[in-house]
Design a protein around this ligand. Sequence first.
Ligand code: UDP
Ligand code: MG
Length: 332
Amino acid sequence: MYRPALSVVIPCYNEAPCLELLHARVSAAARAAVGDDHEIVLINDGSRDDSWAVMQRLAAQDPRLVAINLSRNHGHQLALTAGLDLCSGAQILIIDADLQDPPELLTDMRATMAAQGADVVYAVRRKREGETIFKKATAAAFYRVLDRVTDTPIPLDTGDFRLMSRRALDALLSLPEQARFIRGMVAWVGFRQVPFPYDRAERHAGETNYPLGKMVRLAFDAVTGFSTAPLRFASHASVILAGASLLLLFYILWGFFEGSPVQGWTSTMLVVTVLSAVQMFVLGMIGEYLGRLYIESKRRPLYLVADIAGPVKGHSTLGFNAAEPSPEFEVE
Ligand code: UDP
Ligand code: MG
């Protein structure tokens, strides 16, 4: 299989107003870095606007552009997986479609990769423009909690914007799970990984596709994917509660022998409600893991490709590709 020097992989959901400028800037950045020997892989993740039509038009103009149309919205991490699975470059740049991550950094990222002999150069956000305080605060808190509970050190304040070597990507693609937290999985893969500080820009157009609900889901995928600490919460809680009940027992006995037995509805209700909250929390955690176990056990393909525009060279291993001719129809 022919490998271009560079693949740029970009998942897109309702990004029609960004695509033209995105293509121009990414194309210029790729050309500045490696010349013509590159491909740009755009994944349309079931957009409801006319992203796919724009992509097809761009693919017709640019022979280096591959546009992949997923059968429906699969979510950011799976759309990205589709692109990574189907790209073929020797180096791979992952970038968002909304131009929050400047493609022009590619040249410096490649220089860092070469200078440090790294397999992964991950971009770390120094500043984030045009995002709400709430988003920044929750993101900051999330990365710190994640760092506490996981055994894999996952870099703080790092998105999916990164440059990877082919062997690091192949290692990543060997992880078959459905619940994908890609920045964590890349960290898990290992090799030499170095940070690259940058300032995150504002969205070029449109608005975030990561409302609170999706962020919480990603957070759960991250925690459950990299740690079983929440499952041990029940054992820790039981030790603390056992200590508390022992104290309570002494208190009751003391009251009894003093001739004023403890009574009270309030304290009883407090104990009952606190304990049921703890129990429900533990059950909920077990549910999160059990649910994921169930989903994983079905072994469904991670994504479904409906159409491809442009010269795709990669071969899908993690998904189902309806645009790929099935072997019996292939002409010898
Ligand atoms: N995205 C996607 N599928 C989705 C949601 C988002 O492919 O279901 C893409 C989106 O087009 C963008 C990237 O994922 O390229 C990051 O999304 P967004 O910019 O909305 O997230 P934020 O930067 O606000 O965290
Ligand atoms: Mg964005």
